[in-house]
Design a protein around this ligand. Structure first.
Ligand code: UDP
Ligand code: MG
Length: 135
């Protein structure tokens, strides 16, 4: 496996519900090393750039409103095969479909799939692009 870096965001619902510590503990227990970390409030410009692949989709405005609704924690994680391993640790996009023990099953909203607690880059190219927006 390759040593990789990936971009994580702990989303506003997980920050509001005081799960930052538990989520970072799970990163560390799963050999995803925290290399950099910042707590910030996104603005419309950066959130739109960040989610540019979803512009025009039905859920885009709701996603943007949610991501701007409170503070987030952005992290650079590093590890062997970190991109795919972190996606597995997150679980499915919809928390109702996420496997037991995954971050989205543990901390995502069961009634609102937008509020699924965490973001993770989906491939090497997006990890590079997303990390470049924040670090
Ligand atoms: N999302 C949503 N409705 C949908 C699909 C996605 O609100 O039908 C939100 C959800 O917060 C998701 C984000 O948009 O995490 C980005 O969607 P993507 O398909 O990239 O899922 P991810 O890569 O985060 O699993
Ligand atoms: Mg995605």
């Amino acid at each position: 496996m390759e040593l990789e870096r990936t971009l994580s965001i702990i989303k506003p619902n997980a920050v509001k519900e005081n799960h930052i510590g538990e989520i970072i503990t799970l990163f560390e227990q799963n050999d995803l090393k925290v290399k950099q970390l910042r707590m910030i409030k996104l603005d419309k410009h950066i959130a739109t750039q960040f989610y540019n692949e979803h512009i025009g989709k039905g859920f885009f405005q709701e996603l943007l409103d949610f991501m701007l609704s409170g503070e987030v924690v952005v992290l650079m994680l590093e590890g062997e095969g970190a991109i795919a391993r972190y996606r597995t640790l997150m679980g499915a996009t919809n928390p109702n479909n996420a496997d037991e023990g995954t971050l989205r099953a543990l901390f995502g909203s069961k009634s609102d799939l937008t509020q699924n607690a965490v973001h993770g880059s989906d491939c090497v190219a997006s990890a590079k692009r997303e990390l470049g927006l924040f670090f």
